[in-house]
Ligand binder design. Structure first.
Ligand code: GLU
Length: 278
């Protein structure tokens, strides 16, 4: 009897172990599968987009749809790759969660205000650049902070978002400042409003969106870095990456890109829409 119990116990353990290993295996395998073939079969491309970033990806509470430049570009690329009935599915990401979600296979690609950097290229592949941003500062109107140099003082607190390269950049441009990291841009804006820092730093395009929602705040200091945005794709997905780059070229050539750019940035004060046209 004792022997039988022990035998059954061992059998149970083996079962549980097999289940755990299979689950890990299939999860791992998801990002290694042929994304292009899967997307064609399901007629769907799953994109990681921001949901808290006006102008690029913002959740519209009225219809629960994520809207913005990134979302529209993703839809346009989807139609080029899958045809006009192709479906673009959006999954909400933050600066911190986007790479893990891609690597786990929860999303096929990231289109979320993401700068192409050498550091990130070790982990993921990038499409050709589809938008040129630059890092800047958002401050309360009338603030004594006029440029990044004004931040380089002990005791000065600057706000940023975890997972954004803006946080690393500001440490180089204003090494004496203390950087406070929030988990997304909505929280960073709340922190700025409650005086937890004298400036919020990230890309100018994102800050213009915030300034338009918060008239008491303004973008200052010009662009002190270059932030070319790319679409991140898992490594080993060459056919999918090729299609994405081809689709980007097509939407630039047929005017779709400029139409989307004008829709979101045509009336943004301080943004040179003509210069950004392709
Ligand atoms: N473009 C920068 C980055 O990729 C800042 C914007 C963001 O947090 O997404 O990190």
């Amino acid at each position: 009897m004792k022997k039988l119990k022990r035998f059954l116990g061992v059998l149970g353990m083996v079962g549980v172990l097999t289940l755990v290993l299979t689950a890990c295996g299939s999860r791992q395998a998801l990002s290694k599968q042929d994304v292009l073939a899967n997307d064609k079969a399901s007629n769907t491309i799953t994109w990681g987009v921001k949901a808290d970033t006006k102008l690029f990806g913002l959740m519209d509470v009225k219809d629960s749809q994520i809207k913005g430049f990134d979302a529209d570009i993703a839809t346009a690329i989807t139609k080029k790759i899958l045809g006009k009935n192709g479906h673009a599915k959006f999954v909400q990401v933050t600066s911190q969660t986007r790479i893990p979600l891609l690597k786990n296979g929860n999303i096929d690609a990231i289109i979320a205000t993401m700068t192409i950097t050498a550091q990130r290229e070790k982990q993921v592949d990038f499409s050709d650049s589809y938008f040129d941003a630059g890092q800047s500062l958002l401050v309360k109107k009338g603030s004594s902070i006029k440029s990044v140099k004004d931040l380089n003082k002990t005791g000065v607190k600057v706000l940023g978002v975890t997972g954004a390269n803006s946080v690393e950049n500001i440490k180089k441009f204003a090494p004496k400042a203390k950087v406070l990291e929030l988990s997304d841009y909505a929280q960073a804006m709340t922190a700025l409003k409650s005086g937890q820092g004298v400036a919020l730093t990230t890309d100018n395009g994102i800050l213009y969106g915030m300034a338009s929602q918060n008239p008491g705040y303004e973008v200052v200091g010009g662009a002190f870095t270059k932030e070319p945005y790319g679409i991140a794709i898992n490594k080993g997905q060459a056919p999918f990456k090729k299609k994405v780059n081809q689709a980007l070229k097509e939407i630039e050539a047929d005017g779709t890109y400029n139409r989307i750019l004008k829709k979101w940035f045509g009336n943004v004060a301080g943004f040179d829409y003509k210069e950004a046209s392709r």
